[in-house]
Design a protein around this ligand. Structure first.
Ligand code: BES
Ligand code: ZN
Ligand code: ZN
Length: 455
């Protein structure tokens, strides 16, 4: 991304300012620029390119409601002609401008063969190396999440998620251990095996570790269901169509891990990804089967489509065994959460009020909003089974995101600081800097919180 954002002090001036500052700015301009803006009926909003007397581009102006919004300049890189621009903006706006400039360049074109030839994008110069480096790290993490989610399931199976974790570990001197196929049974991860066993692509538990073991431990857990057909309780076509994104939780924790490692946070990091395909075959997990989980809790399968919580529960048991300072899981866990909050606001559950408040505040400052949901324990009864310790899902459709979270909570010690994010991982409409397709939700909010906490 260095060719799109560089620490330099040359280029065509690009003024980015808030609407409220436009008339002040206008009065500081020369007669020619003022005349051009008047003659082109510029209304003090949006992009305007201004020429010099030779007809060459001399200055670009972009006026917006709130330049501090982290997606405000998300379309700019595609609108400006090629060349290098020198940013002229208030200091407190620059971080958001640089981030949105870069995420706006994102395009998933791995499978496009025609007219792929990249038209050259402009470069933004900002004379601040730290700012440039930081924006690149945030934009790279976002692009990683998007790429992983956008890649079709055929090319994003458990083996591919494992490769991605290994690449990240290689880049930042971490380690990856993987437990694959039958070994999951031998090492006692029965739920991950049970959900993944029907697929030709062996299930696996990916375990990435990084950092100094004397630092506080933070463990991230990500749902890595590479394709969710629903299993035997098969999803209808419309519900299945986009289920390549069901490894979105794992994409989120890999993106968040990249942020943590690239910033070298003083954290002892562990990332656990139960990676499976929820497929249909004669050996598939059945409704009515009972699995004894790693924690020893027996679970009666009410619906094989509630597979995310199954693969997560053994991973959470493993995460909790270290007694980390904090466990955070991300999962595309329930349709119910999307009914509750829509697709663009991730809901999260937390056993710790301080952390929940801290992350909510961090997110609202940097336009990465998250919304806390209740671990309403009275609904725990909805997971009662007549033949086992519990069922994997409720029989009533109400409060589905809460009952899913309550299921997961059974596998985390009551004294553990635990956060569970139920995310969409996908934009169903295009917004500034956010094209339709895979999306990272909440990872910048969590990262900013962690960065402030573990200084
Ligand atoms: N991967 C889905 C949840 C999902 C669906 C997330 C659509 C985002 C968008 C999950 O595995 C699932 O199928 N959940 C079921 C649970 C039900 C069977 C209790 C659901 O939400 O319908
Ligand atoms: Zn499912
Ligand atoms: Zn799923």
């Amino acid at each position: 991304m260095n060719h799109l954002l560089s620490a330099d002090n040359k280029g065509t001036p690009l003024f980015i300012l808030n609407k409220s500052k436009y008339y002040d700015w206008l009065s500081s301009q020369n007669k020619q620029n003022q005349a051009w803006l008047a003659n082109t009926h510029y209304k003090g909003e949006g992009l305007c390119l201004l020429p010099n007397t030779h007809g060459e581009l001399s200055l670009a102006l972009f006026v917006i409601e709130d330049a501090k919004h982290f997606f405000a300049c998300g379309e700019l890189i595609k609108q400006l002609p090629p060349g290098q621009y020198l940013l002229q903006a208030e200091r407190e706006h620059q971080q958001a401008i640089c981030f949105s400039w870069l995420v706006g360049a994102y395009k998933f074109d791995r499978y496009v063969t025609k007219s792929k030839k990249a038209h050259s994008l402009p470069c933004l110069a900002v004379n601040d190396q730290m700012l440039v480096d930081s924006a690149i790290k945030y934009a790279e993490a976002t692009a990683l999440v998007r790429d992983l989610v956008n890649t079709p399931a055929a090319d994003m199976m458990p083996v591919n998620l494992g490769d991605c974790a290994q690449n990240l570990a290689d880049r930042y001197q971490g380690k990856v251990n993987q437990i694959i196929g039958e070994e999951l049974l031998e090492r006692n991860y029965p739920t991950i095996h049970a959900v993944g066993r029907a697929s030709a692509h062996a299930p696996r538990l990916i375990d990435l570790t990084w950092g100094d073991t004397s630092h506080p431990q933070v463990t991230l857990v990500g749902k890595g269901v590479c394709f969710d057909s629903g299993g035997l309780d098969l999803k209808p076509a419309a519900g299945m169509r986009n289920m390549k994104k069901d490894m979105g939780g794992s994409a989120h924790v890999l993106g968040l891990a990249q942020l943590i490692m690239s910033h070298n946070l003083p954290i002892n990091l562990r990332v656990l990804i139960p990676a499976v395909e929820n497929a249909v075959s004669s050996n598939a997990l059945r409704p009515g089967d009972v699995i004894t989980t790693r924690a020893g809790i027996t679970v009666e399968i009410h619906n094989t489509d509630a597979e995310g919580r199954l693969v997560l529960c053994d991973a959470l048991t493993e995460a909790d065994a270290d007694k980390p300072d904090l466990i955070i899981d991300f999962a595309t866990l329930t349709g119910a959460m999307r009914v509750a909050l829509g697709t663009e606001l991730p809901g999260f559950f937390s056993t710790c009020d301080d952390i929940a408040t801290g992350i909510t505040h961090a997110g609202s400052k940097i336009n990465d909003p998250v919304w806390r949901m209740p671990l309403y324990s009275d609904y725990r009864d909805l997971l009662k089974s007549s033949i086992a310790d519990m069922t994997n899902c409720a029989t009533v459709p109400f409060g589905g995101a809460i009952t899913a979270a309550l299921y997961l909570q059974e596998f985390v010690d009551k004294d553990t600081n635990w956060l569970h994010f139920d995310v969409m991982a996908y934009n169903i409409r295009s917004l500034s800097g956010r094209p339709i397709g895979g999306e990272a939700f909440g990872i910048r909010a969590v990262f900013d919180y962690l960065q402030a906490k573990y200084k």
